[in-house]
Every structure is written in C-alpha cells, then in structure tokens.
Design a protein around this ligand. Structure first.
Ligand code: GLN
Length: 492
C-alpha cells in the first residue's frame, strides 16, 4: 500500500492502523534479517507510540501512518548514530524539525534505517552495522547512502521514508531500488536536527512508492524554520495540487553531457524511451548544454570533504557517543601531563570510532583546507561550483525540466567497488551537480535491465520548482507502470 491509499483507508474507517503496523512488523521480522534495511526495530515501543497517537491525535494528514527514518536525523531520546561507531549510545535531547512536522501530522516515526557511515558512500556498505542488500537482488547493493530507507520502501518494509541527499544519497538508492526519491531545493526543508555531513549541500527528502506520496511527504516537511538560518523564507505551495495537471506544451531539456561513454546502454535506452513517452504526453524536447559537468565530481569531492572534515571535528569522545576505553597511559598517575592524556583520548577515540571511509574524507578535507592548498583546491572547487550553477541557470531559460539518468548503471554487486573509492565516487556523476547548484531533483523508475534490476531517471528543475517536478513525474507515472512492479521478496 502507498501512504495515500492507507490514509484514505484509515479515514474511511476501512483499515485499522494497529493491524497495518502489526503486518509491517511481521514483514520486517521475516525479511529484515536478510535485507538489513533497519538496524534496529523496537516493536513494543512502536505499538505504544501508535496507541498514543490514536488516543491523542493529532488527526493530521499522516494520522496513524508509520514513516521510516534514516539514522542521521535526530529523534528525541532515540539512538541516533549515523551508522557510525563514534556515535554509539548518542541520544539527542530534541527532535529534528522534520520529525516534529511528521508528528504534528499524526505520523508514527519509525527508527532506524541503515545508511553509509555519516552518509559517506553510494552503497550502504560503509555502515558500522554492516551492509543493506538490494531487494531486487540481495547480492547487489541498494545504493547509498540512504540505502536502508530505499530498501525498506521497495521491499514493503515501510510505507515511506526520509533520507538525506548531499550528492545523490536519496536519488541513487531510489533508482537502484525502483522507488521515488526527491532531493528538494537547498533551503526548502529545515536541517535543524540533521547530523551534518556537508552543510552547503545536505538536504532531507522523501523516499516513497509513488509520486503522490512524495508530494505529500514534502508538503509535510517543507517550510522555513527559525532554528535553521539556511531554510528559505519561501511559501510552501500545495504540492499535491500539481498532480494530474497536463504537461502538454512544457519543454524538457536533454543534456548531451549526460549521455557519454561509461553509461550502460540499457540505462541510456530506458531514458531515451522515457523521453519518447514525455513527447507523447505533449512535451517538447530541447537539447541543452551543461558544459561544466565533467568537473562536478572533482569539485564535489573537494567541497564535500572539506565541510565534512570540519563537521566531524566535534566527535572527540567528550560530548557525543563513543569514547576509547581508558588505557594505561590515561590511568598511570603522573606518567604524562593531563593534556597529553586528553589528546591521547581524542586520538584513540577517533582512530577507533571512525571507519575507513570517514577517515579518508577527514584527511582529504583537512588537506584541501590547509594553508598552502586552500587556494589551489578548495577555492577552485568553489569557482567551479559557480560555473556549474550558471550552466543550470542558462539551461532553465530554455526548458522547464531537465531529464537525465539517475546513475550510469543499475545496482552493482556488493563488494564490487569497495576497494576502489574512485569508482564508487563516479557512480554519483549524474546526481552531484544538482547539490552543487542547489536545485531540486526527483528520481523515479523508468525501466528494468535484462536481469530485472530497476533503472532510474532523474528530473531536474530550477530552484523551488518542485511543483513542476511533481507535475511531470506524475504524468509520466500515470503513462507507465514501472512503479507497480515489486521485487519478488515483497510478494511473500
Ligand atoms: N555518494 C556521495 C558521497 O559519497 C553522496 C552521499 C550523500 O549524498 N550523502 O559523498
């Protein structure tokens, strides 16, 4: 069931939310041991939370509906650990704004979807808790970093989920798992209570079974927040109202830079077919250029690691989570000056608490920010970012949305890219420009490979033009039935 179907059933008195939660928990008990979409589920707490909702309300738009939450979004008094050892035992004393907004609509928040450690990754393999598997083929990755959220939605272990996207972490796993994922415009959704990866790029967004659910969840979580100064003072439109409107006469741009070597022919063909479908719906195809695309991956991995190294400096064993056990040096009285012991504790906590990808990024980020290299790398990265943003500004003068593949390939095998970080980074080649430019983008299913793996396409729009994305995505969804396909696992 989708969220909107369940909502209608609950409102019509045809469905008891308690039964829905029980069935969901049963499915999770059956399939999660293999798929590992959730790192933790506490049935009794969830039942109690639902009971309380049902008794006290509010009877909002998500009344009685469980929504799955990625492990980097703070829930009060609930372990929030970014799937990292270094945050072991960290329980935030407050809710993230998006959590408050879900609760204000009557939702039951459902912890905890697995993720790449600190959202560093494209495969959910870097989680301290071990990898999540793709429900379409459990020998393959679900994408990342929101792989737990995407797998849960695709395998029917969730109604809908929240993920986060810094360079593609909502859209790429949505594509690999055959579901819908949206990265909103930078500033559209409050990040208060989101554990930061790269603050100039991060956004929270929905992962859902269809476009209608995506529009509904965005309308719940979007809007300015006085506690996040980067949230934009832009009114939240009625997103569901843009569904069902004709797309006839709208223009979609196809950037030639996104159809170059390295892209899997099956992916290219599926997106070409999608372009034909959009034309049949009355849209006009225009060719656009995004000439700085080839520099996006390099610019992103300079800017994102620079910001990450700074954001991760706070994990030192003092205030949050994990602290290295006292060693002999810490205990032996008088053997070292106290300050030395403290620094020793920082170093050991960080050495033991962070995984290899987090360490790689901290080192890379620290390096590009260091005196002597700052201008050559970080500053240049920022300049390239401006050029990429301008590419989009110009392209959107000629079209209403841009159509691209979400990822150059379908889901790859577990372990395939783990020892080759550069290969892993390249799987984000079609998603990261969007974060650098701050624009919104939606990924949705547009076909399957011969071996029955989902293929995703991406629709991009100018800042705050999410209604356009929903309009076009919904029209495409109505004209196709990719979103009705479910992995075999979800059928039993
Ligand atoms: N895969 C990209 C990275 O590793 C993007 C991650 C994300 O969006 N959080 O940085």
């Amino acid at each position: 069931m989708t969220i909107h179907e369940l909502r209608a059933a609950i409102e019509g008195g045809r469905c008891d939310p308690r039964q829905v939660l029980d069935e969901l928990l049963e499915r999770i008990a059956q399939h999660n041991p293999r798929l590992h979409a959730y790192i933790r589920v506490e049935p009794e707490r969830l039942r109690a939370a639902l009971q309380e909702r049902l008794q006290r309300g509010p009877r909002g738009r998500l009344f009685g509906i469980p929504i799955t939450i990625k492990d980097n979004i703070c829930i009060q008094d609930e372990d929030t650990g970014c799937s990292s050892r270094i945050l072991t035992g960290f329980r935030p004393p407050y809710h993230a704004t998006v959590i408050e907004r879900l609760l204000a609509e009557g939702a039951v928040v459902m912890p905890r979807a697995n993720m790449d450690e600190f959202a560093f990754g494209s495969s959910t393999e870097s989680s301290h808790f071990g990898p999540t598997r793709n429900p379409w083929d459990p020998d393959r990755v679900p994408g990342g970093s929101s792989g737990g959220s995407a797998t849960a939605v695709a395998a029917d272990l969730a109604l809908g989920a929240l993920g986060t996207d810094t360079g593609g972490s909502i859209r790429q796993p949505a594509a690999f798992c055959g579901v819908v994922g949206l990265k909103p415009t930078y500033g559209r959704v409050s990040r208060y209570g989101l554990i930061a990866f790269a603050s100039s790029l991060d956004q929270i967004g929905p992962i859902t079974k269809d476009v209608q659910d995506c529009a509904l969840l965005l309308s719940v979580i979007a809007g300015q927040d006085p506690r996040d100064s980067t949230s934009a003072p832009v009114e939240v439109p009625d997103y569901p109202a843009s569904l069902g409107q004709s797309v006839s006469g709208l223009r979609f741009g196809v950037p030639k830079e996104y159809f170059v070597e390295g892209i899997d022919p099956e992916v290219r063909d599926a997106v070409e077919q999608a372009a034909k479908t959009l034309e049949r719906l009355g849209m006009r195809r225009v060719e656009v250029g995004l000439p700085h695309t080839p520099y996006a991956v390099a610019a992103y991995y300079i800017i994102a690691t620079a910001e990450a190294s700074s954001n991760l400096a706070r994990y030192d064993g003092v205030q949050y989570g994990y602290r290295a056990a006292n060693g002999s040096r810490l205990q032996a009285p008088g053997s070292r000056p106290p300050q030395g012991d403290l620094i020793e504790m920082y170093l050991r906590t960080r050495a033991e608490g962070f995984g290899p990808e987090a360490k790689r990024r901290i080192m890379l980020g620290t390096y590009v920010l260091s005196r002597g290299y700052y201008e050559a790398y970080y500053l240049k990265g920022l300049k390239v970012r401006t050029l990429i943003k301008r590419d989009f500004d110009e392209a959107f003068e000629r079209c209403d949305v841009i159509l691209t593949p979400t990822s150059p390939t379908a889901a790859f095998r577990l372990g395939e890219k783990l020892d080759n970080p550069l290969q892993m980074y390249l799987s984000d080649i079609f998603t990261i420009s969007v974060n650098l430019a701050g624009i919104p983008a939606l990924s949705m299913p547009c076909g399957f490979t011969a071996s029955k793996l989902p293929i995703g396409m991406q629709l991009l729009a100018a800042p705050f033009q999410e209604p356009r994305l929903f309009q076009v995505a919904h029209a495409y969804e109505q004209a196709t039935d990719w979103h009705r396909q479910t992995p075999a696992i979800a059928l039993n």
